[in-house]
Design a protein around this ligand. Structure first.
Ligand SMILES: CC(C)(COP(=O)(O)OP(=O)(O)OC[C@H]1O[C@@H](n2cnc3c(N)ncnc32)[C@H](O)[C@@H]1OP(=O)(O)O)[C@@H](O)C(=O)NCCC(=O)NCCS
Length: 158
């Protein structure tokens, strides 16, 4: 099937579209400052997907320093997927897969050695997407979300 979407880096002009997709698709919403700050610090891992000139999805990440989740000692750089969402009408076309792959390239550019994220334990689409990309569940975080739901932390080596 021919690819119908294009990926490009986020620019501040995209802020309202991205915030709208975030509000439609996820209960975790953020201030405009939060989006702009992540873009200023980590532009290589804030990517949008466009279909027919309209933004239909985004991924936004942060680079952190933390313990190696794979059992080795020492601190390493990690890429943290803070938020990813695709508008309902644009799903199941490989857009989230493409956004994650490009964001993981950005994480490698920032010298991150692993990528991790949290996902609701009931989010079948999310968990399946990440498993297909080679992520594994590292642990369950009880009551991670503000409504009390648990999260899986899922991790992949870069
Ligand atoms: C999860 C989400 C980002 C997936 O986006 P997408 O662009 O549809 O994902 P892709 O097309 O790249 O799907 C890749 C794989 O993920 C899995 N997947 C995606 N949606 C799925 C669903 N509804 N049910 C089961 N598996 C699903 C499949 O394995 C799929 O491969 P396939 O289509 O060849 O079967 C999207 O459903 C979404 O925005 N959901 C709401 C926001 C959200 O949950 N974000 C993640 C929070 S951690």
């Amino acid at each position: 099937m021919q690819q119908t979407f294009k990926l490009r880096k986020f620019t501040p002009d995209d802020l309202q579209s991205v915030m709208q997709i975030n509000r439609v698709c996820l209960p975790e919403n953020y201030t405009d400052y939060f989006f702009i700050d992540l873009h200023q610090r980590f532009p290589e891992t804030f990517i949008v997907a466009e279909e027919n000139g309209k933004i239909v999805g985004y991924i936004m990440c942060r680079i952190e320093v933390g313990l190696n989740n794979f059992g080795f000692s020492g601190l390493i750089r990690k890429g943290h997927v803070v938020s990813i969402a695709i508008m309902p009408q644009a799903r199941r076309k490989g857009i989230a897969t493409a956004l994650l792959n490009q964001a993981m390239d950005g994480m490698r550019y920032y010298k991150a050695k692993q990528c991790y994220l949290e996902v609701r334990v009931t989010n079948v689409a999310g968990v399946q997407l990440y498993k297909k990309l080679g992520f594994e569940v590292s642990r369950t975080i009880n009551g991670y979300y503000s409504d009390g739901e648990d999260a899986y932390m899922m991790t992949k080596k870069l």
